[in-house]
Design a protein around this ligand. Structure first.
Ligand SMILES: Nc1ncnc2c1ncn2[C@@H]1O[C@H](COP(=O)(O)OP(=O)(O)OP(=O)(O)O)[C@@H](O)[C@H]1O
Ligand SMILES: CC(=O)N[C@H]1[C@@H]2OC[C@@H](O2)[C@@H](O)[C@@H]1O[C@H](C)C(=O)O
Length: 368
């Protein structure tokens, strides 16, 4: 029997952990199993160093490329053993890697986590480096997951928008009309700023259920200054990352404008920034009776979901669980699907999303 299981590995911008998902792709798509492996704190700190220019970057990048390759391989092996998947039925692993720099305007994006190591240590064909072919073809190299959303979540009856709220936030617009193009782009920060702000003030890695933000009041002056960032009014295609959205930006805006704000109010304002920028992007689509489906870690923040419900003009709002895929596993499943595309010589990018000139087969194949 031809192997038809694909394993996707995703370590996202929030640096909370490595998501691994196993899916079967034949005539149909079926979700089999998933797991999340935490990133050790010291490794997290070192990756953070690589996301900003600094000293001795090449040495650190080389070492982390190797360490992450081993960790990704371990995460794959752990999922295989905990879910009792027959390794002979696995066609390939699709590994996103860890983004350490994303500068499409300068012609590059960089994900690390050595796929040679993953192939060696798992004995499985591994596909990686998905973004750079799209970039070389004139695209942003991101977001890539809209092609998977299109495959799995599109409806001929209703206009749908899929929203991922991870470290960054991105939307995919899936028109009901089959001849309309799918669009999508990064809307800006998801949880990255509020994660960093609460970490600095209490050591927590994220604001559980948005409780701290809920206890504060939005500072409209700070919010307006933040919303003035040109990225928010730029037209798609667009993508972003930690280069643009980091905690020093918030501190700088507070300082430059001599704002006196207590920490809890900053947290409330950061949640509002995420909600407003997502809602503005959504409402600007002017879709007839749109449904909004949410995935990514942001679904666990009910304060954020409540604000989105208030701000978006949608007829129905739910998580992707309602569409059959748990919101925690959408991105990892997408990279399993992208591996399937590449292995079968099928294209993976959507030029209408990334701005690439053409559809392309993405990534490099590291044979078992
Ligand atoms: N219980 C919770 N309460 C509030 N927020 C939560 C909770 N659980 C997860 N999160 C948020 O979700 C984030 C992780 O989301 P996710 O794993 O989707 O991000 P990612 O994949 O790393 O990012 P990206 O999609 O940008 O690559 C955490 O950093 C945190 O902010
Ligand atoms: C460069 C990079 O890693 N971008 C991520 C990030 O996290 C969310 C958003 O910004 C999205 O553009 C992308 O990830 C998903 C997996 C994507 O390519 O669709």
């Amino acid at each position: 029997m031809t192997p038809d299981i694909y394993i996707g590995v995703m370590s996202g911008t929030s640096l909370d952990g490595i998501d691994v998902a196993a899916i079967r792709i034949n005539d149909q798509f079926s979700f089999l199993a998933a797991d999340c492996v935490k990133l050790p704190d010291d490794l997290r700190q070192q990756i953070l160093m690589l996301t900003q220019p600094g000293n001795n970057e090449i040495e650190l990048m080389g070492r982390l490329d190797n360490v992450l390759g081993k960790l990704f391989a371990d995460a794959v092996k752990q999922l295989i053993s905990s879910s009792n998947i027959d390794i002979k039925k696995i066609a390939a692993v699709g590994c996103h890697g860890q983004t350490i720099r994303h500068r499409p305007e300068a012609g590059f994006t960089l994900q690390i986590g050595d796929p040679n190591t993953i192939a060696e240590q798992t004995g499985l064909t591994t596909i990686a480096d998905f973004r750079r072919r799209d970039l070389a073809n004139g695209g942003q190299g991101a977001p890539l997951v809209p092609a998977f959303h299109n495959k799995l979540f599109r409806s001929a009856e209703t206009n749908r928008v899929i929203l991922n709220i991870g470290g960054m936030a991105n939307i995919t617009v899936l028109p009901a009309n089959p001849s309309s193009l799918v669009t999508g782009f990064d809307t800006g920060p998801g949880n990255i700023l509020s994660d960093a702000w609460i970490h600095e003030h209490s050591g927590a890695s994220f604001d559980e259920d948005g409780n701290w933000a809920r206890a504060g009041a939005v500072n409209q002056e700070l919010l307006q200054h933040l919303l003035n960032l040109p990225f928010f009014s730029e037209a798609a295609p667009k993508s972003t990352g930690r280069e643009q959205f980091h905690i020093d930006w918030i501190k700088q805006v507070i300082q430059e404008n001599k704002l006196q704000i207590i920490a809890v109010d900053v947290q409330a304002t950061l949640l509002e920034l995420t909600a407003c920028t997502i809602a503005d992007a959504f409402n600007a689509q002017h879709l007839a009776d749109p449904e909004l489906y949410i995935c990514g870690g942001g679904v666990h923040n009910s304060a954020l979901l409540q604000r989105l419900q208030e701000l978006t003009n949608t007829v129905h709002i739910a998580t992707t669980e309602e569409l059959g895929l748990h919101p925690d596993w959408v991105e990892a499943s997408a990279f399993a699907w992208l591996a399937h595309q590449t292995l079968n010589k099928l294209t993976g990018n959507l030029p209408s999303v990334t701005g690439a000139a053409h559809e392309r087969i993405l990534g490099g194949i590291y044979q078992a």
